[in-house]
Design a protein around this ligand. Structure first.
Ligand code: GSH
Length: 200
């Protein structure tokens, strides 16, 4: 199995999940982002994911899974003992709700900041994110992790929070402490190092 990634992109979240779940035999393949998208293993990434977006998970039978929140749940299911997904009970729905919130409000809400948009578009995106991060802060409450225990939702939230910091989106103080808590996890430190990213 291979995970296609770009350093610091949303693919960092499934990369963290690999390390949290001890799935160390999954290969990591870097994708170079430009007009063309060559992969480190000498392929054209568009042949793997026609959308050209990371993450993509190539399974051993050649099937390719995309969509970060889905492939993270796939990886979590490979090692259920690691407890990285909540698969039943009322919290299952809260878990799915949280993942979808991160994907659609935070992940996609940050996209305009990565593109060469007019300043007013970027400012509107930031104002929206300030509100959405307040909502994430409320979801966290006084817990250490979004669902109580560490799950793939925290890996995903960590990555979008790293972008909020990069683009200087103002964050509630508890989210700063939460970000530092997730970053300190050995699996997160390992994934950051493997992508050549700062660990502190
Ligand atoms: N819907 C996809 C979106 C993934 C996505 O936005 N990936 C970004 C990096 S964070 C990307 O590869 N962007 C390059 C592009 O779309 O050309 C998912 O949820 O996984």
């Amino acid at each position: 199995m291979k995970l296609f990634y770009a350093p610091g992109a949303c693919s960092l979240a499934p990369h963290i999940v690999l390390r949290e779940a001890g799935l160390d035999d999954v290969g990591l393949v870097k994708v170079a982002f430009g007009k063309d998208r060559p992969t480190e293993d000498g392929r054209n990434f568009y042949d793997i994911n026609p959308q050209g977006a990371v993450p993509a998970l190539e399974l051993d039978d050649g099937e390719v899974l995309t969509e970060a929140q889905v492939l993270m749940q796939y990886l979590a299911a490979l090692n259920p003992k690691a407890g990285l997904a909540i698969t039943d009970g009322p919290q299952h729905w809260r878990f799915l709700e949280t993942l979808n919130f991160i994907a659609t409000e935070l992940h996609k809400g940050t996209s305009p900041l990565f593109r060469s948009n007019p300043d007013e578009v970027k400012e509107a995106a930031k104002a929206n994110l300030v509100n959405r991060y307040k909502l994430l802060d409320q979801k966290l409450g006084d817990k250490d992790y979004l669902l109580g225990q560490f799950t793939v939702a925290d890996a995903y939230a960590f990555v979008v929070l790293s972008w909020a910091k990069r683009f200087e989106v103002s964050l509630p103080p508890k989210l700063d402490a939460y970000f530092a808590r997730v970053r300190a996890r050995p699996a997160v430190q390992k994934a950051l190092q493997e992508e050549g990213l700062p660990t502190s």
